[in-house]
Design a protein around this ligand. Structure first.
Ligand code: ACO
Length: 326
């Protein structure tokens, strides 16, 4: 096999222009900037008015083509990780493929909630290795605002909308993905649910209640994250033959600043290695890791050759860690 790994050519992001601050939310529900800031680190979030999961994803894919100088027909795969697609069919990825004219590309959505981008990169790597050079666009995109009960302060304050992604290509020799660790704990799935697909058939004896809104046992998910994410990071680093001391940057899913601080503390690492933009975007699920990755590449914090740990965790429940040499 000639091409045994992938490299990250470009990253890009697209977020809705509308910003909703904590103070805006305090006019809509019984909450306050003080509570949200202290408990989560979130100050504002971007929320769609006209954009959709598909339009944000298309924007990211177009930017990736422009930045790389590649044409759409040079793309072999498009993977969109999302828990908030516009339709169950067609997939967001298929619509993006059509809109950018990537006629050769095989396109599909991937559902792994906040771990979606890490899962997507891992899947792309497996699909790209082989005898021929290939390229994939991997996007994490969410419009979580359409899954929120805007009267429920326990969830409405936490989430935001956005999309970001990476253009990756297969390479000979040393590549970007040094190690991975993907986990699914399906027996804990009930602690975070959203977007129930209800059934209304003439054959049901009685109608079932269903809800598309987020439900979350915040404390359970918090404990799951702080207990399991360090284990996943250690396992991915062992897969890469590295230790935590080799890592230059931790780009963790932005669910709650306290989760990130607790993980840094548990791993005995300085918080300065753990980047965060939760104050500006809130929790954008699958978009969270790539938005932060793109920001840190764009502002020059992450440079070529740096070792980056990407770790997502959330609905499923799932965890996905990728050790990347950028
Ligand atoms: N404003 C004001 N008060 C609030 C709000 C709010 N927005 N929300 C809850 N409260 C109240 C509660 O009613 C409760 O009041 P009580 O003590 O009178 O009953 C009090 O604040 C404390 O509530 P807790 O839920 O215990 O608060 P906690 O400190 O656990 O913080 C939070 C809640 C932020 C949800 C936290 O548990 C957390 O971050 N959990 C993890 C979430 C996460 O990681 N999600 C990632 C996955 S997301 C995905 O996969 C899509």
């Amino acid at each position: 096999m000639k091409f045994e790994n992938i490299s990250v050519l470009e990253t890009a992001k697209a977020v809705p222009s509308k910003v909703v601050t904590n103070d805006d939310l305090a006019t809509m529900m019984d909450t306050s900037d003080e509570w949200i800031t202290q408990r989560t680190g979130i100050k504002q979030r971007h929320v769609v008015d006209e954009e959709t999961t598909t339009s944000l994803s298309t924007d990211v894919a177009s930017q990736l083509l422009t930045k790389s100088g590649l044409s759409a027909d040079e793309i072999d795969y498009i993977i969109v990780a999302t828990m908030s697609p516009d339709f169950l069919s067609p997939s967001v990825a298929a619509t993006v493929q059509g809109k950018i004219g990537a006629t050769k590309a095989v396109a599909f959505d991937l559902s792994a909630a906040c771990s979606g981008f890490s899962y997507g990169l891992s899947v792309a790597r497996q699909m790209l290795i082989g005898d021929e050079p290939k390229r994939a666009i991997v996007i994490g995109a969410e419009v979580l605002s359409k899954l929120l009960d805007w009267h429920d302060r326990s969830t409405a304050v936490l989430f935001g909308d956005g999309a970001a992604g990476a253009l990756v290509e297969s390479v000979e020799g040393d590549g970007a993905v040094l190690g991975t660790d993907l986990r699914t704990l399906g027996d804990l799935g009930k602690y975070l649910t959203a977007g129930q697909v209800g059934e209304n058939t003439p054959f049901q004896s009685e109608s079932t209640e269903f809800s598309r809104f987020f439900t979350m046992n915040g404390r359970r998910v918090y404990n799951f994250a702080v207990n399991n994410v360090p284990l996943s990071i250690e396992s991915a680093l062992a897969d890469a033959n590295l230790t935590v001391n080799d890592v230059d940057h931790f780009v963790l899913h932005q669910a709650n600043i306290r989760i990130i601080e607790r993980i840094a503390d548990k791993m005995g690492l300085p918080e300065s290695k753990f980047h965060s933009n939760i104050a500006e975007y809130g929790n954008t699920a699958a978009a969270s890791e790539p938005i932060l990755l793109d920001e840190k590449i764009e502002d020059g914090t992450i440079t070529r050759g740096d070792i980056v740990v990407l770790s997502g965790f959330g609905g499923g429940l799932t965890i996905g860690t990728v050790v990347l040499k950028y």
